[in-house]
Design a protein around this ligand. Structure first.
Ligand SMILES: Nc1ncnc2c1ncn2[C@@H]1O[C@H](COP(=O)(O)OP(=O)(O)O)[C@@H](O)[C@H]1O
Ligand SMILES: [Mg+2]
Length: 259
């Protein structure tokens, strides 16, 4: 096996528990999680959350509530300051710096501002995710082409992304996030820079990706995306997490009061 294949294989098996099959266990568990950016006031306080494989979870709440922080803890941008955070049965707060790339290979991440390279082509922006895993060139071509098909950009790999519309640029970012077939797709306000009709198109794309088996956590403060949605909803308000319908009612009432 080449060193590259060893890396790919290791990242695939890294988050399998020693007991073997983890498919029945939640993909993500937060137990009594705290995060402090200031010493006196926690940004997240006593957050408990379980996300099952295959779920689609909306995370909402007002600006500054802690939505991005929650996602950043999952991809280890920051470490937790209390509690436990398990991904695929593994305590990621105990990961060494060297092991963080193995965690991230199991995650796809999409941001509000796309974070794609403007002077690169669509193909280059998407293929880079596979190339850093050492995927052979022929397989890269096939996987990118398949993925562009899934996101509605079939046959457009040679176009430069700076020429694309906002909605198309976000599709490129989504393609880059899913081309490695991550177990969990994290999206932080992915529709924040798009007008309402495009926002719904992008949400629909996330739903299609979820239907094909990928677990999705979608953070948004855009109320209009949630109103007709059948998905599980958690609300973060002032660092506390409130589950589903109860939370939405609390937050709706507040939004209406302040309107
Ligand atoms: N890296 C950081 N350093 C210091 N404070 C931060 C940092 N990231 C977020 N915060 C603070 O944590 C709170 C929650 O922020 P954030 O998670 O970005 O909220 P949301 O995504 O819900 O708008 C805010 O008060 C913000 O200022
Ligand atoms: Mg945010």
């Amino acid at each position: 096996m080449s060193p590259n294949e060893t890396v790919v294989r290791r990242s695939k098996t890294f988050f399998r528990s020693r007991e073997g099959d983890t498919s029945q266990k939640p993909l993500l568990v937060l137990e009594d999680v705290y995060k402090y950016f200031r010493r006196d006031i926690p940004t997240l306080r006593s957050v408990n959350l379980e996300v099952q494989r295959g779920e689609f979870v909306f995370v909402t709440g007002p600006s500054g509530a802690g939505k991005s922080t929650l996602l950043q803890l999952v991809y280890r941008q920051h470490t937790i300051d209390g509690g436990r955070l398990l991904f695929s049965g593994r305590d990621i707060s105990r990961l060494t710096e060297r092991s963080i790339p193995f965690l991230r290979r199991n995650l796809g991440i999409v941001f509000q501002d796309f974070k794609i390279v403007p002077h690169w082509t669509i193909f280059e922006n998407v293929s880079v995710a596979l190339e850093i895993l050492g995927t052979p060139a022929k397989l890269v071509r096939a996987r990118v082409s398949e993925t562009l098909d899934r996101v509605g950009l079939a046959g457009r790999g040679n176009e430069r992304v700076s020429h694309l519309s906002g909605g198309e640029q976000q599709r490129v970012a989504i393609a880059r996030a899913i081309v490695t077939e991550p177990a969990l797709l994290l999206a932080d306000e992915p529709t924040g820079n798009l007008d309402p009709a495009l926002a719904i198109d992008i949400l629909t794309l996330f739903e299609e990706i979820n239907e094909s088996g990928t677990t999705v956590i979608f953070a948004t403060h855009d109320h209009s995306l949630l109103t007709t949605s059948p998905h599980r909803l958690i609300v973060i308000d002032d660092g506390r997490l409130i589950e589903a319908s109860q939370g939405l009612r609390v937050w709706s009432a507040r939004t209406q009061m302040s309107a």
